[in-house]
Design a protein around this ligand. Structure first.
Ligand code: AMP
Ligand code: MG
Length: 336
């Protein structure tokens, strides 16, 4: 029996060099990630690039081994073409173009954000969701309309995950800070008012970040309130902002499904809040399984398969990276 055709996807937009192998029917055969963890400070693109360059070949080998196949069995190479850190995107693009040319395998460049949505639709078995994508590098509310994944709301400054991680770093918590802040917040039910900034459908987190930082630098810190209280207030404020925008987009689009994805989707409090408004509007709520919610190669492979089946591969000249490309610029030929 001939095996279904296979796509190998390479994720390389930020901290993760991920390789996933998926067949054209949507079954995942491997998922291998190598994640850059900064010793101090944020993600330095040059350091991330160096790690990815050192590790890409062992990650690919591991993924092939996990899928019990050889590179010769691969029918399609997909890679994250946009958006992300330029030097890091270049590593994935280089590896993908090299494999494609050396082995004469068709290639498809994928927008990372579309990858997140498509793997969510596949894994949660849903058709047409309103998506809240919250991660270290992105904060986007989107839904499919007029042949595109339209962006209904997004951050004007810091992405939510980055904001929480940056705050965590100030109080001495190691990367990633999100899960640690979640745990601290569970120990408090005190709310200290913090800047809540929603402009139209867009969000701004920098004022919230600065105010939370002032709280832990204040003389009152440790006397009138503690770190648990600040963590709780930070989460409450940020998540209420996300919930407000998601709810308004849901009311406007009247979608019947809501999808929560990205690394921050792991947060139980956020899940609870988005679930609540989804149910209020009679919509089904789904969280992408956590191994697929963060950056990974399978989501790139799957979005690649969809595009390949609808329109074929990209020409080599179309595979240049684009670190700023918005997903609402891209027509989606595989959806009606
Ligand atoms: P990603 O960029 O999609 O790989 O996701 C990484 C981001 O998710 C980082 O900013 C993490 O701090 C964040 N994150 C992971 N788990 C949680 C959690 N339980 N609560 C909040 N943020 C989280
Ligand atoms: Mg991501």
């Amino acid at each position: 029996m001939k095996m279904a055709r296979l796509a190998l996807g390479i994720e390389s937009t930020a901290h993760t060099f991920g390789v996933g192998i998926i067949d054209f029917e949507g079954e995942v055969h491997s998922l291998v990630n190598d994640i850059f963890v900064p010793e101090s400070g944020g993600l330095h693109p040059v350091q991330v690039k160096e790690q990815h360059l050192s590790n890409f070949s062992s990650i690919i080998e591991k993924a092939l081994k996990e899928a019990k196949c050889s590179i010769k069995d691969i029918d399609l190479i997909a890679f994250s073409q946009s958006p992300g850190l330029g030097p890091v995107l270049k590593v994935g693009a280089l590896v993908a173009r090299m494999l494609s040319q050396l082995l004469n395998i068709p290639i498809v460049g994928v927008n990372h954000c579309i990858g997140h949505i498509e793997i969510g639709r596949l894994k949660c078995n849903i058709e047409d969701p309103l998506t809240l994508y919250v991660s270290g590098g992105n904060t986007i509310v989107s839904a499919f309309e007029s042949n595109r994944y339209q962006i209904f709301g997004e951050t004007l400054d810091l992405p939510i995950g980055n904001m929480i991680d940056s705050f965590a770093r100030i109080v001495g918590l190691s990367h990633p800070g999100g899960p640690k802040i979640e745990k601290l917040a569970l120990a408090s039910d005190k709310y200290i008012p913090l800047p809540y900034v929603v402009k139209g459908m867009d969000l701004s987190f920098s004022g919230l970040f600065t105010a939370a930082r002032r709280l832990v630098e204040s003389k009152k810190y440790g006397k009138q309130y503690d770190l648990n209280d600040v963590a709780n207030s930070l989460q409450e404020t940020a998540f209420a902002m996300l919930t407000e925008v998601t709810e308004r987009a849901l009311a406007h689009t009247e979608k019947q499904e809501v999808l929560l994805t990205g690394g921050v989707a792991a947060n139980k409090k956020l899940q609870e809040m988005i679930k609540y408004i989804s149910e209020e509007h009679g919509a089904r709520f789904e969280v992408v399984p956590l191994s697929y919610a963060g950056d990974n190669g399978a989501m790139i492979a799957w979005a690649g398969v969809l595009r390949y089946q609808a329109e074929g591969g990209h020409e080599l000249s179309e595979t240049k990276i684009n670190s700023k490309e918005r997903m609402d610029n891209i027509k989606i030929p595989w959806r009606k």
